[in-house]
Write a protein that binds this ligand. Structure first.
Ligand code: TYD
Ligand code: MG
Length: 450
């Protein structure tokens, strides 16, 4: 048997026949790894392609079959529940809570579902102990501590489950592939085989993937191309917050997030993340301002902090966490030029609390106010929030969904909110919330910091 090898870029999944030092597609250096194409894989693929094409008008047009995972926040990120016949990759750093999430899912999903929980990382006893601690019992949960791909596939074939969980893909091992578990060829062949069986049998598979230091799922990016959904489980290990985000979703949008808190007895869903995100907020500290962003369909309040201090160097250092670095430096420049603050000789650090990433321009105004407040060393007051986009001339521009944001801001007890002056007529201030309409950042600073 003649074995064929190709070279596969670990960054983008590009395949070539010849090795090269730099990937011509994504530009990554030293990213090509040799991958052996197993003969058996090729043959199966050829047989599969012998399927007869069908007319699109003759295909069943019923919606994909969805079911609830029993975890509302997970359903939300998946686009309204899990889809039968789909494969979902759950990525995240070690210890973030991937195994916990999926084991809890086993206990919460509808009792009638037959589940196969495969773990290559823990023994059956360890899984049992963890399940007990999480209060997962009963139901039709079958546990298999196994790393052999063929054993896993045949167990799934015999059991005919509705749901399969593989924890993790990096521990799975296909005996036909000569390289070590976790290598590109292994991860790729195993995912391919699991995916094929998932689609054929119509069950749903959740696969855990560890994330490497660059933040992508260890092994090749190819993995992300193959599966239907990629969910990232994020958060700082030092805080109890966890955010579930879709990086790819064939069956729904990718802008919904799910928010959890890691407690002693597992993950808790946070339906009202704003409250927790704002808890522990200093009352009268300078350099903090709250804003409201829309994540998917949900308004979430976020606290932006800024620390501005005279720099020891000629040009100040800038760092930004949770807000795009370029956006942050742009806002600092606008504030310097249009707000008359001498920031270039200052170091400026900007941080969003709770590990949130704000990518909406509506957070601009609150960022500017937090910086100005730190620069003047004067608090804005704990009852103030701000929403609005800031333009290059320092003008404050209107944003969408203002009513929804104001309602959330008012619900959390804020008394004053800075908003753009040019807004549509249908904007109504919720009771007890004073609106401060401003045309530009100078006016915003004058009205809030005097
Ligand atoms: P785990 O689900 O094992 O992470 P992963 O599978 O992503 O590697 O989560 C392990 C961490 O979560 C560990 O640091 C302990 C913590 N944890 C709790 O705080 N409470 C719990 O109930 C459980 C099960 C874990
Ligand atoms: Mg784990």
């Amino acid at each position: 048997m003649k074995q064929k090898t190709v070279f596969c870029c670990t960054e983008c999944g590009n395949e070539t026949l010849k090795w090269s030092g730099r990937c011509p597609v994504c530009g990554a250096w030293d990213s090509f790894k040799e991958v052996k194409l197993e003969k058996s894989g090729g043959k199966t693929a050829a047989v599969r392609s012998a399927k007869v094409p069908k007319l699109i008008s003759e295909l069943d047009n019923e919606e994909e079959l969805r079911f609830s995972t029993g975890i509302g926040e997970l359903d939300r990120v998946l686009g309204g529940g899990a889809v039968k016949g789909s494969i979902v990759l759950v990525g995240g750093a070690p210890g973030i809570g991937k195994s916990t999430l999926l084991l809890q899912l086993c206990g919460l999903v509808d009792e009638g579902q037959k589940i196969l929980y495969v773990s290559g990382e823990e023994s059956e006893r360890q899984i049992k102990m963890r399940a007990q601690r999480l209060g997962v019992d009963g139901g039709k949960i079958y546990v298999l501590a196994e790393t052999g791909l063929n054993e896993v596939l045949s167990a799934a074939e015999r059991l005919e489950p509705d749901l399969v969980i593989i924890d993790s893909i990096q521990t799975m091992f296909d005996a036909d592939v000569s390289s070590a578990p976790g290598s590109i060829s292994q991860v790729r062949e195993c995912t391919m085989a699991i995916m094929r069986q998932t689609k054929d049998r119509g069950y749903t598979t959740f696969v855990v993937g560890h994330i490497n230091k660059e933040g992508s799922i260890a092994g090749p990016k190819v993995l992300e191309h193959m599966v239907d959904c990629v969910l990232y489980f994020e958060g700082e290990r030092s805080t109890s917050f966890r955010i579930l985000r879709a990086g790819k979703n064939r069956f729904g949008s990718t802008n919904e997030i799910g928010v959890f808190e890691m407690a002693d007895n597992g993950l808790k869903e946070l339906q009202n993340p704003s409250e927790i995100l704002l808890s522990g907020r200093p009352d009268a500290a300078p350099g903090t301002c709250v804003t409201c962003v829309i994540e998917g369909s949900r308004p979430i309040l976020a606290e932006i902090q800024a620390l501005v201090a005279p720099s020891a160097y000629n040009s100040g250092r800038r760092s930004s966490n949770g807000i795009d670095y370029n956006r942050a430096t742009l806002l600092l420049a606008v504030l310097e030029k249009r707000g008359g603050m001498a920031l270039s000789g200052c170091d400026a650090y900007i941080n969003v609390i709770g590990g949130l990433e704000l990518d909406e321009p509506s957070a601009d105004l609150a960022t500017v106010l937090a910086i100005a407040s730190s620069f003047r060393d004067k608090p804005l007051g704990a009852d103030l929030a701000a929403v609005g986009e800031v333009g290059l001339s320092g003008e404050v521009r209107s944003i969408n969904s203002l009513n929804m944001r104001l309602t959330e801001i008012s619900r959390l007890g804020f008394k004053r909110c800075v908003i753009p002056a040019h807004i549509k007529d249908d904007i109504k201030a919720p009771q007890g919330l004073e609106l401060i309409a401003v045309k530009d950042i100078r006016e915003a600073i004058r009205q809030t910091l005097g």
